[in-house]
Design a protein around this ligand. Sequence first.
Ligand code: PGA
Length: 531
Amino acid sequence: MRIIVCKNYEELSEKAANIVASQLTLKPDSVIGRATGSTPLGMYSKLAEMNKSGEIDFSDVISFNLDEYYPIQKENSQSYDKFMKDNLFSKINIKPENTHIPNGEATDPIKECDEYERLIKENGGIDLQILGIGQNGHIGFNEPDASLSSRTHLTNLTENTIKANSRFFASSDEVPRQALTMGIATILKARKIILLANGANKSRVVSELLNDGINTSVPATLLKTHPDVILICDEDAYYGTRLGVDIGGTDIKFAVVDKKEVKFTDKIKTPENADGIVNAICDKINEIKDEYKIKNVGIGTPGEIKNGLIYASNLPFKGYPLEKAVSDKIDLFVTVDNDANCAALGEIIFGSTNDCDNLVLVTLGTGIGGGIIMNRQICHTKNNMGEIGHFIIKPENGRKCPCGQEGCWEQYCSSNALVKDVGEAAKQNKDSIIYKLMTEKGTLNGEIIFEALDMGCEVTKAVYKKYIFYLARGIESLANIFGPDCIVLAGGVTLQGDKLLAPLKAELKKDIRVEISTLQRNAGALGAAML
Ligand code: PGA
């Protein structure tokens, strides 16, 4: 499925109309499948304008509508027959005999459906099908169900649809309880499909469509089996208002993001047990969800996620079903991912690297973590790919790593490795500046190391040179493997800015765009919001 995210409804309508116009240019006698509802109205009015100005011609076009209420009189102000006449057919040069809509007045609805299906076939099938999407995931009136009828059929409307569509009627009692609709197989037989979604009230179903597997309880997910579907949505439907939660060993951070604007941030201490963490997250969600109209929650957590269970060494998650535990307590759509993946997503959406499509985030902290983004999506694999701190940079006589390997990159280039190496060198050179600073302050950390470098400490310089050497080799390898548009560095040592970046760039043997994160510790919650 291709996705086009438009700034607003106007742009969405224009893009959709342009696709229809291109279709008619390529094949003037196209068979177009049409949708009703509020979403395609903007597109229909653009098509009418284009037709009026002579840009497109409908004289050979054949049109089949997706559905119609049943029973309903054609002249009823809410019939789709009237909708199409008022909003499109009366404004374009289409021949009335070429416009087909299931007949809501038919005395034998089953026969009407069979006849409709036959007529579509007789006209050569649908070239371009236009679809809207219901808040419950329906397409046409194919409502969520355990099994879906595949051909044009008579169907019962769900309460959700009756409620959503009651806005067009005097009251929900007046909404017909049944409809005639093309079936899923009828829709999937179309050669090309455009699916339109706009507004924050569609953000939840758009998330389900994009994130869920194919299932009949969100009928639109069946479109994922079609080879040529374009989802055209506006930013409200695509992003909605989202809450990002970043669970860390010390704090849990929260960020509310509306489209791409950060509306609220907060942080609380991380409780000690798993249930405490879930309760604290849910309490915060309940506190703010109405105020910010939150539809989706993304959670970033350290550790591995296998079959929905989290295994994290520095949190009380030892096979813990975090996503289920949170969604069982709140009525919102919840997604969980690894925190480094979330941070990488945060960088590509909110960071200075938001112009990139492919990015590798490298976090130089206690160890080395990171996330890989390809085509603006998190790179997920079953087997924990993305453990970039554990590729082997020194295969012979490499340092032992707790992961069981020897010579892992993080043993040479994490912030901790730098502090450890400088500390050892200092102890062996008791007349050095760094040894003096270390003993005076009673400790050693990144700041003291850079102070020693500023003071011209030769011992520290030598260790730092080696550190930069290994860092550069690692970055070159990542660039060779992933070919990213940019490698973003974050974590402890990167807070030194140019004191890290300048020697690193000088050491790199390839022209690689490397930047220091502008978001640092906020990237995780922001990225989680966008999961
Ligand atoms: P809407 O309806 O365009 O009015 O939101 C879409 C649908 O229910 O399919």
